[in-house]
Design a protein around this ligand. Structure first.
Ligand SMILES: Cc1ncc(COP(=O)(O)O)c(C=O)c1O
Length: 406
């Protein structure tokens, strides 16, 4: 469980004195500690870590992960083909685009970059995906690298209970083997890797304050799920090997499952992205603890009543199931609360101060974390990089580079 020290309020306030708000920043000391922590989770396992770029969305910070983290960090899990091309242009290599797309502009990027020698793969989970890519590969005279996506959800009661994301229809050994064998007969493509993302382990909090019973139950489900999926994943990998299909990569997991996924013998690499910014939804994990590193600051512009301040901007709601956890998390000063009828507003965000809070005046900052990691960068062109009590640098986000990939 994470608790952001209240003293950080005065530090960040003084760092940004005189700056224009709203602003977003990354605390480099915390970011670097997260890089070292993530690297440590794989120590002694022989696994490498693939960086989920959607959870960073800034080339400079992506680069920092590889520079500071060393060889254990290998490759990027990208979220669109256009993004992959942008990353290749920026000097990154070994990219798996984690979500399928067979629209012609994406397929063109895929074939052209493959022709130019990029190490690039695209996710697929159906015969339709494979035939479209096969046709494109043949037409372009290249062999396209394909990663198969396997559903790693947990279904303890069969189809009556689905815990996990709804993405790939491939679930059983039989499903995966049938598609992989079909792919063997298709020209212009080859299966090089397998990915299975266990969202029900990697992205579900199980150390929520004040929820002891729920936490215990969630951990129990996660443990059972990790056991079930490790068995199934192992069987799938073995069946593919027996059929002569050699996988270069077996990818699994995410930030919240770094430890359990790295222990899975059939996995060759684990994905991590949100771990580096450690946003609101990554505060409460039992097995892993990150340092909150990415924040945004708003300025108090008015005081509508005693005990309430109103900030300029702030409605940076996260994707996913709509609910209070997707609102930005006001973290500094500690104890600030939204007003239920307003939440985080398009241009104004009122906040209720706790009884013991310092007085906030117009012009004072309030600091938040986005609920999710990379989405913060869709609201800001630049990120300040803070080191100790100083702004060390400023770097562009994807948006600042003129890109909105999704
Ligand atoms: C395919 C896939 N792998 C891994 C992850 C985990 O990413 P993160 O570490 O940012 O939670 C995600 C997140 O949505 C994902 O979609």
């Amino acid at each position: 469980m994470i608790r952001i020290p209240g003293t950080d309020y005065l530090r960040y306030k003084s760092v940004f004195h005189g700056c224009r708000f709203p602003l977003a920043f990354v605390d480099l000391d915390h970011f670097d500690r997260n890089i070292a922590y993530v690297a440590d989770t794989c120590k002694g396992t022989g696994k490498t870590i693939r960086v989920a770029s959607k959870s960073i969305r800034s080339p400079a910070l992506l680069r920092r992960v590889f520079e500071k983290g060393g060889d254990v960090f290998q490759g990027i899990l990208a979220f669109t083909m256009e993004e992959a091309e942008f990353l290749i242009e920026n000097g990154f290599d070994d990219i798996i685009v984690a979500y399928p797309s067979i629209q012609p502009p994406d397929v063109k990027i895929f074939t052209e970059n493959t022709r130019q020698g990029a190490r690039l793969s695209l996710m697929a989970d159906s015969f339709d995906h494979l035939t479209a890519l096969s046709r494109a590969g043949v037409a372009a005279g290249v062999i396209l690298n394909i990663c198969l996506d396997v559903d790693m959800s947990y279904r303890p009661l069969g189809s009556r209970l689905h815990l996990g994301v709804r993405r790939s229809p491939l679930r059983s050994v039989k499903d995966v083997l049938a598609l992989a064998l079909a792919a063997k007969d298709l020209p212009g493509i080859r299966i090089v890797s397998l990915m299975g993302y266990e969202a029900q382990v990697a992205s579900v909090n199980d150390d929520l304050p004040g929820h002891a019973v729920k936490n215990t139950l969630t951990r129990w489900f996660k443990k059972n799920s990790a056991r079930e999926l490790a068995k199934r994943r192992g069987e799938i990998v073995r069946a593919l090997a027996d059929a002569g299909i050699t996988l270069e990569v077996v990818n699994g997991g995410g930030s919240g499952s770094l430890i359990s996924t790295a222990r899975d013998p059939s996995v060759t690499e684990v994905t991590a992205g949100s771990a580096f910014f450690a946003p609101g939804l990554f505060h409460y994990f039992h097995q892993v603890t990150f340092q909150p590193a990415a924040f945004f600051g708003l300025q108090v512009v008015r005081r509508p009543a005693p005990g309430i301040v109103t900030c300029q901007g702030g409605g940076y709601t996260a994707s996913g199931e709509a609910g209070p956890s997707r609102l930005p998390w006001p973290v500094l000063p500690r104890g600030l609360k939204y007003i239920g009828m307003e939440g985080a507003g398009e241009v104004q965000t009122p906040l209720v101060l706790p009884k013991d809070a310092p007085v906030l005046e117009a012009g004072d900052p309030v600091f938040f974390q986005h609920a999710k990691a990379g989405e913060l960068c869709e609201r800001f062109n630049r990120l300040y990089l803070v080191k100790g009590k100083k702004i060390a640098d400023e770097v562009p986000t994807y948006r600042g580079e003129g890109h909105a990939f999704l």
